[in-house]
Design a protein around this ligand. Structure first.
Ligand code: ADP
Length: 493
């Protein structure tokens, strides 16, 4: 059985009688239970995090960084075990599950170094005998609400910058992947994090998540999930003027121009569209193709999609695992039906559940699916499906490609595949997304760079990289006047 537990004020507790059932998406079988935490558990966790704050926030940042460096080492030693847990709880294939863990390891090593930086600025003053500078200060208890699609990586993206900056943490992971989050917190403790500095409360979004967002002693909320929930979280946090970071959906486009290497383009598209069964917020779900190569690319992509091996994520040679839950499968089926009914769109391959051997008959699998002849305003070209479905849109030139690319509500990741430097440069500036990939697909973030999107994807913040440090610290501006007299800014010029 998977062990999803709460860790509050230095004490682990197991699921009680009113537990949340957890499933293996590859088989549909029950794999464990998570505690159904609510207001009482959130209150206790916030209390513990508050009590731990004075000591942790005054621990020298390099010392905090050393603990987080050890986290990287602990996770390396447990990488295989954590990877297996990722596949078991949310289904992604082995390489990606291990990559999920690797991303947290990378974040640990990166952020450990930040303990010796946490830079502010020094700058001249407009007045003589005066120096100006900025310092970073910890904020307090950070409430972190995470989804299931990167069940180890996303808790690390949020918690590690928060911790190195001197904050304490209450983590509310997804209902689906509580075991991964539990194991991640175990690693933090094994690395030497003091009691109370990190707390984890399992539970539903409506109970535990909501209580965390509304808690008056939690000044910072960082949330990754659906746009719908992100709006609710933002509204609930607004009356208390909290710092809120929301990282939401995407409808990411890959532009392929006439001069592209099509065999390479197909590899990039398959990886972007079907990696994590299309359940990444950066998934490539719109392929915007110039007229001259459209038919050839479609032919090659269809062959590639049909050749994707669907099956249990931990088995050898599997490209596409299951989707996370039955309701995700139903949503994908709904969009395939919408696509088939949209005038002109053509289902080229996939579109249903694959026939798998009996061990996986109860799993939540969906075939890699390609729609062709999609037009930019169709629902399958506008709405996030979060499954292995991609849509080809035909365009005449780069200008039209950019216009189509930018014509959605979302703005997370965009990509262009061309050999022409000028077209790449033009797209780099013109694509309205937080992330742009030149000569690749839309997926594949690195931890030392800012991650996030514009428009309906987010609210202007970025996680990871130095921007993660910015979000989890408060800037203090310091003026030091050693003139010995009264000097008035803007007046005594
Ligand atoms: P998904 O449907 O992909 O699981 P959600 O946005 O519903 O995406 O969930 C992302 C995270 O947000 C999960 O940890 C979930 O429990 C939590 N959550 C859901 N609803 C709320 C809410 N009203 N307040 C706070 N957190 C929530």
């Amino acid at each position: 059985m998977t062990a999803a537990r709460n860790y509050i004020d230095g004490t682990w507790t197991d699921a009680g009688s009113d537990a949340i059932e957890m499933f293996d998406p590859a088989t549909g079988e029950t794999i464990g239970f998570a505690p159904r935490g609510g207001r009482a558990e959130i209150d206790a966790a916030v209390e513990a995090a508050k009590a731990a704050f004075p000591a942790w926030s005054t621990t020298p940042p390099p010392k905090r960084g050393e603990i987080l460096y050890r986290l990287g080492q602990v996770m390396e030693s447990r990488k295989d075990e954590l990877g297996r847990l990722v596949t078991r709880e949310m289904g992604k294939v082995r390489d990606e599950a291990l990559g999920d863990v690797q991303e947290a390891i990378d974040m640990a090593y990166y952020i450990a170094g930040e303990g010796r930086r946490l830079f502010g600025n020094t700058t001249p003053s407009e007045l003589p005998d005066k120096i100006c500078m900025t310092l970073r200060e910890p904020i307090g208890v950070c409430g972190l609400i995470t989804p299931w699609n990167f069940p180890v990586a996303i808790p690390s993206w949020k918690s590690l910058p928060a911790l190195v900056c001197g904050n304490t943490v209450v983590l509310k992971p997804s209902e689906e992947t509580g075991g991964c989050a539990t194991a991640y917190v175990e690693c933090l403790l094994e690395a030497g994090l003091p009691e109370g500095v990190v707390n984890i409360v399992q539970g539903t979004g409506e109970e535990a998540g909501d209580a965390l967002v509304k808690h008056r002693d939690v000044p910072v909320i960082s949330f990754t999930g659906s746009s719908e929930t992100g709006r609710i979280v933002s509204q609930n946090a607004a009356p208390m003027l909290k710092h809120v970071h929301v990282e939401l959906g995407g409808k990411n486009g890959i532009i392929v121009l006439d001069d592209a290497d099509l065999d390479f383009a197909v590899q990039a598209i398959l990886w972007s569209a079907y990696g994590t069964s299309g359940q990444r917020c950066t998934a490539g779900s719109r392929i915007i193709v110039q007229d001259g190569v459209y038919d050839t690319l479609l032919e090659k992509l269809e062959a590639g999609a049909r050749a994707q091996r669907v099956g249990h994520g931990w088995e050898d040679g599997i490209d596409v695992g299951p989707v996370v839950r039955p309701s995700a499968l139903e949503k994908i089926e709904k969009y395939v039906k919408i696509g088939q009914e949209e005038d002109g769109a053509r289902l080229v391959c996939g579109g249903g559940r694959p026939a798998l051997d009996s061990a996986l008959a109860g799993g939540w699998f969906f075939e890699p699916t390609v729609f062709a002849d999609v037009t930019p305003n169709m629902r399958i070209a506008q709405e996030e499906i979060f499954g292995p479905v991609t849509a080809l849109i035909r365009v005449k030139d780069l200008d039209e490609a950019i216009e189509v690319h930018n014509g959605t509500d979302y703005g997370l990741s965009g990509a262009i595949i061309t050999k022409d430097l000028a077209s790449s440069m033009k797209a780099m500036r013109a694509l309205k997304t937080g992330i742009v990939y030149l000569h690749n697909g839309t997926i594949g973030a690195e931890v030392h760079l800012p991650f996030g999107g514009i428009k309906a994807t987010g609210n202007g913040h970025r996680e990871a990289g130095i921007t993660g440090i910015d979000f989890f610290s408060e800037m203090k501006t310091v003026y030091i006047d050693y003139s010995g007299g009264l000097q008035r800014a803007q007046i005594d010029t």
